[in-house]
Design a protein around this ligand. Sequence first.
Ligand code: NDP
Length: 276
Amino acid sequence: MSIPNSQPVINLNAGIPIPQLGLGVYQAETGREAYEAVLTALELGYRHIDTASIYGNEVDVGRAVRDCGLPRNDVFVVTKVWTKDQGYDQTLRACERSLELLGLDHVDLYLIHWPKPDTRKDTWRALERLAREGMTRSIGVSNYTIRHLEQLMATANTPPAVNQVEFHPFLYQRALLDFCKKNDIALEAYSPLTRGERLNAPVIRAIAHKHGASPAQVLIAWCLTLGTITIPKTVQRARLAENFESIQLKLDAEDMEQLCSLDEGLRICWNPDELP
Ligand code: NDP
């Protein structure tokens, strides 16, 4: 994979580099909106796109990846198996279907979207097979707590490369981050912008002002500084550029301390804590 030098990259335990900043496309509307967002992102320098079968826009993501003029190997494509498709055979079929919609012969990372209690073990065995057969270059999970990861690692032949979870200063999952680091699992931060809910928080605004940056850039730079992968979503060209420029923003120790103290357990999305 050839990634522009200016981009920070994380090496996954599967031995594959992933661009640390990607584009998420949840709620990017199927059709023109999702297609153009991905195409514009790739034009601006993004090399990592995060979709899922449940987002309903794999067709558009795949078309943009194929139309963008970059070699396939230069774009890191992620998709996920949805909850109703979990189970061994169902997951093999779901991945095949996703590849068909994407129009690609493999993805770079395939994730279990949600730790469904009764099926996640068989689903993981299916992911291991998909990786062996080259349908995906690496495999991982999403919305897993430490407990779910421990259960998985106790029986898995291949450890997860990634755990994609909600993560921002208002939900600073420090114990989970430490656990992932210790076990060579890359933590991937979703909803890094709190879907806009905390962009106006006074600390965020003050740090943004200090650096001549935007609040969104501060939130993204916080994730990058902690060594996590992150996938802010936007479909607007100016924001795609703004978010991508977060790579240049260098937060100092004082900024990080202030941001890390904002944790309030805020959940924008779902909470997997109670799942057995
Ligand atoms: P984000 O925190 O990325 O916020 C997205 C929202 O912020 C959109 O409304 C967007 O609007 C707005 N926005 C984007 N950039 C800016 C900016 N610079 N200034 C102001 N507002 C901005 O939320 P998501 O929940 O979408 O998370 C990102 C990605 O993470 C998803 O797209 C998906 O790929 C993944 N995800 C995974 C989950 C999982 O269970 N595995 C769950 C949730 C998300 P607009 O588009 O109009 O610019």
